[in-house]
Design a protein around this ligand. Sequence first.
Ligand code: BGC
Length: 440
Amino acid sequence: MVLTGVQRRPEFCFGAGTQYLGDMMLKLSKLATAVALVVAGSAAMAGEVEVLHWWTSGGEAKSVGELKKIMQGKGHTWKDFAVAGGGGDNAMTVLKSRVVSGNPPAAAQIKGPALQEWAAEGVLANLDATAKAEKWDELLPGVVADVMKYKGNYIAAPVNVHRVNWMWANKAVLDKAGVKSAPKSWPEFFKAADAVKKAGLVAVAHGGQNWQDFTTFESVVLGTGGAKFYQDALIKLDQKALTSATMTKSLETFRKIKGYTDAASPGRDWNLATAMVIKGDAAFQFMGDWAKGEFAAAGKVPGKDYICAAAPGTDKAYTFNVDSFAMFKLKDATAQKAQADLAASIMGTEFQEIFNLNKGSIPVRLKMDMAKFDDCAKLSAKDFVETAKIGGLLPSIAHGMAVKPAAEGAIKDAVSQFWNDDKITVAQGVKNIAKAAATK
Ligand code: BGC
C-alpha cells in the first residue's frame, strides 16, 4: 500500500539517463529501509489490551465502543472483558479472582478509594510518564487528580464525571398527570407521584438491586439533610449524624418512595427501569446520568421528551462519580506501550467528547468545548463548578467515591435490607445502617 503511493510520485518515473536511474535506485532503497523500519516498529509496538469494564447497557456499550475504535486506530488489539452488572460489584469480584490467580487484565474500571487499595497491593502500573507528557495535572480538577494518585503518582486515568443526584422524568407522563414541572422538594415530589398514580401509571421506575436502592438512598439523604449532613453522615461516617433525627427523616422518606414503585421492581436492571420512563410506562427514575445515555441511544431529546432535574432538595449539591481505568503491571513492552496509549487516549479530547456524548456524563478534562453537549450535560458542567464553591460538591457513596469498599458494602446491604423488608422499623433501620458504617 505505502509503496504504491511512492511509485506514483514523478521523481521515480523511468525514461531519464542512467545517472538519474542510479539516484532513483538509491532513493528507493533508502525509502524501502525507512518503510521497513516503520512497519517493523509499529508491529513491534502494537499490543493487545484486555479491558475489564461493566458497560453492557445500550448507551454504555456504544460509549465503550468508541474507546475500542480509538485503540484499534492506533494499531492495538482490543480484548473486551465485559462483566454485566450495574454499579460494578460483579466486575470487581471477577477482577479479584483474575488478579489473585496471577493473570490480571491490562486495564480495569476501578474507582475512588478502591484505587488506593489496589495500589497498596503493589499491582498497579505507574502512569506518571503519560500523565506528565499529556499534562494531566493542568487538565484535571484537583478533586479528581487526588483520587487518581497513590503516594503522589498517577495510578489511574479518569474518564468522565457522572452526576448521581438526578431525577429523570417522562414529559408526556407528567403532562397526562397534570404535573406542571419537576418537583423541587420531597413534599412536592409525593404530590406529583400521587397524581401519576391516579393517572394509572407507575410513579417511580426502580430497579430493586442493592446498588440501585443505595443510589436512591444517597439522594434522599442529601435532599433531606443537605450537603453538610451528607458529608457528616455518608463521608465522615459520623455516628452522631448517622443516628440523628435527620437520618430518621431520611429513612421515612426513603420507605415512602417504595410505595410508588411497581411490584415487578425487585431484581430489575437499571436500564430496564430507565426504559420504563423512556416508553412512558413510568414517570420518574432516580439514577445517575448514565441513564441519559439510554435516553440518547433511544433518540430522546431533553426538555422535549424527558426532563433531567436534580433530585428533590438537592439542586445546590452535586454527588459526583468519576469512572477511571487503572492499569495492571505487565512485563511485556508492547503491552506496556498499549497501556500508555490507552491512558493517553482516555484523557485525549477526541475520546473525552465522543465518549461522554454517548455516556451521559461530562468530560473530566477541563477546558473542553461543550457545544455539542445537551442541556442536561451543560447544567451538570455548570453545577460541578458552582457547587464546588459552596461546599456542595460531594463524592457519591453509592458509586464507590466516598468511603472504603468494606464500609460501603456493609452500608449498602443495610440500606437494601431496610428497603426490602417492611418489617424492619425506621428506628431499627437507622441502627443497622449506623452499625454497618463502623465496618473497617
Ligand atoms: C458507573 C457508570 C455505570 C453505572 C451503571 C456506575 O457505577 O460509574 O459508568 O454506567 O454504574 O452500570
